[in-house]
Design a protein around this ligand. Sequence first.
Ligand code: NAP
Length: 328
Amino acid sequence: MYQPDEHRYDRMKFNRCGRSGIQLPAISLGLWHNFGGVDTIENGRIMLRRAFDLGITHFDLANNYGPPYGSAEQTMGYAMQHDLFPYRDELIISSKAGYDMWPGPYGNWGSRKYLVASLDQSLKRMGIDYVDIFYHHRPDPDTPLEETMGALRDILRSGKALYVGISNYPPDLTAQAEQILNSMGTHCLIHQPKYSMFERWVEDGLLDVLRDKGIGCIVFSPLAQGLLTDKYLEGIPEGSRAAKPTGFLKRDQVTKEKVTKVRRLNEMAMARGESLAQMALAWVLRHKEVTSALIGASRVEQIDDAVKATKSAAFSSEELKKIDDILA
Ligand SMILES: NC(=O)c1ccc[n+]([C@@H]2O[C@H](COP(=O)([O-])OP(=O)(O)OC[C@H]3O[C@@H](n4cnc5c(N)ncnc54)[C@H](OP(=O)(O)O)[C@@H]3O)[C@@H](O)[C@H]2O)c1
């Protein structure tokens, strides 16, 4: 029987999620890749256990993570059933709806019909009664924002989610969504945007909105899907995300130009006495608005590596300038 490490909470740093009662671990684990039906379920289970042993209390899912769609939530259900259920109250489990999930007009985007049905399906797959956070996964240009936010509010009231959030919303729409939720007496707990050294759009206004509105921020793909590690320095290794047919990182995204920058960043990380992954995570966490860095992993060693980023030294202004110069 699984017994979690009794020192797990000594190992993790927790940050408050905006103006709320919730604290999230500085490093959270997402199940987008490597936890699907095409992957080895026991590897997924071992990674979830290791993460929890290291104080990672937050696991992030979405209805369509896999492949096939839904299978990452089934893996989470398997891990709950075998290992984690006794610790349900120590966990923050999130799911989302907003991208393609089932055929027809009710299995995508942002209607009340889709969001409510999708969450019911997610709960069944995971074998749990509620998620801690339910997100609208991306803006829907055609559904009135009032309908989507109204669905989130009603989901909260139904008790099937304890908090709600939004993902991939630009700054102006984030402010509007927050206002609508607020007018219905509901707080937007958290925003989930993509942010890494290679993708810096959140710096142009989003973080300001989140700070002003007291919304937390969990940034996804902080390692640019593995590019911001030493993995691709000598080509594309077998078994890596870029080599897999099911991976969202495509071979042609591992460009010479990117690898040249990564090589220089890697040298800088070594000079700081840490891995590039650790430096890249410490870099996104340098903003006080960023509550958590949401990583993915294919092996337990990657989770061990990531968690050490919570002990990284703060960046000097010279170091930050050097990183900007490398990325320019
Ligand atoms: N809201 C959204 O729209 C959205 C979109 C995407 C993702 N997300 C969330 O964000 C989570 C993380 O996304 P992500 O997986 O792209 O994050 P990421 O942390 O940028 O990339 C993870 C990948 O990097 C590689 N890696 C990690 N640590 C490493 C290390 N120490 N050394 C070498 N390689 C390492 C592994 O790839 P290999 O497989 O090659 O080993 C791993 O699968 C997802 O699981 C999901 O929960 C949300």
